[in-house]
Design a protein around this ligand. Structure first.
Ligand code: FAD
Ligand code: FES
Length: 266
């Protein structure tokens, strides 16, 4: 884990409350893996005190990209940064997605809801480079929640989109689009990131279809590197349920290990 207090913000692009930052940070870029994240200092003052966790959206040469949606005070402050400013970041943090060589020549589903798309671009690029055939499922409430769809397609990735209101692509939840596609083809693996209800529904689908996969989980984080225990989630591992740290043991976990709240006693 590295601290870069002078990571230069090179470019800022935005669509409503979604932001794509390009940041120059050669050392962090060199060590990064898909599914890992950064802890970003958003303010020069103590308000807010804590850094905010944001996934690596893409990494090319010395540059990192992050894609985020304004959720509250911290991400709003982050969104006000301008090109040329320095960011204080540390990372890359956490355990990212596994990239098995068995996925070579196989189709792989990468499912993202809204800002959950964030870690999937980097992942899909690596999968493609390793000879797998990733398909990105990109879902949102409306077309305005899918600002990166054109750019993903332009980078040569296969992208299927869904919107709850039917304003773009498949009308309905992204999980329903996944179910539709599963009637035609069965992927070798499924990766996903997004809101918990989406992940829980996908976990049901994967169980039913006997499909292996991994989810990137979110949790409120204090430190980001294992010191505060603020980010724990219940995980079933080695036949036992235990609390593991999303920042250090995750944020990526195998689907079958995740204990959803209503299953806690089941
Ligand atoms: C490993 C990881 C990677 C992430 N990657 C991205 C990313 O790439 N892009 C992106 O847009 N967001 C990402 N998030 C979520 C992002 O960190 C939160 O939206 C952000 O910290 C909210 O801070 P805030 O001060 O803007 O909002 P706050 O005022 O702190 O909170 C606003 C609302 O968001 C909820 N919230 C706050 N933090 C989190 C959190 N960590 N997880 C879930 N809900 C939260 C709060 O309960 C509240 O309802 C990631 C979270 C984690 C844990
Ligand atoms: S955020 Fe501190 S232990 Fe995970």
């Amino acid at each position: 884990m590295l601290i870069d207090r002078k990571a230069r913000l090179v470019e800022v692009e935005s669509w409503g409350d979604y932001f794509l930052f390009t940041i120059d940070s050669p050392e962090i870029a060199r060590q990064a893996q898909p599914g890992q994240f950064l802890m970003i200092k958003v303010s020069e003052t103590t308000q807010p005190l804590l850094r905010r966790p944001i996934s690596l959206h893409n990494v090319e040469h010395t540059r990192l990209q992050i894609f985020f949606q304004v959720a509250g005070q911290g991400t709003r402050l982050l969104s006000s940064k301008r090109p040329g400013q320095s960011l204080d970041i540390f990372g890359p943090l956490g355990r990212g997605f596994s990239l098995s060589s068995e996925l070579r020549n196989r189709e792989v589903f990468c499912v993202g809801g809204g800002r959950g798309l964030a870690p999937l671009h980097y992942l899909a690029g690596k999968l493609k480079a390793a000879g797998a055939r990733p398909i990105i499922f990109y879902g949102g409430r409306s077309e305005t929640d899918l600002p990166l769809k054109g750019r993903l397609k332009a980078s040569g990735l296969e992208v299927l989109v869904s919107t709850d209101d039917g304003s773009c692509g498949f009308r309905g939840l992204v999980t329903s689009l996944v179910e539709e596609k599963l009637k035609q083809r069965k992927p070798a693996f499924l990766y996903a990131c997004g809101p918990d209800p989406m992940l829980e529904k996908l976990a049901d689908i994967c169980r039913r279809e006997k499909l292996a996969g991994e989810f990137s989980l979110e949790s409120i984080m204090g430190c980001g590197f294992g010191a505060c225990w603020g980010c724990v989630k219940k995980i079933r591992r080695d036949g036992q349920e235990k609390y593991l740290k999303v920042c250090q043991d995750g944020p990526v976990f195998p689907i079958e290990e995740i204990v959803w709240p209503e299953n806690e006693h089941g």
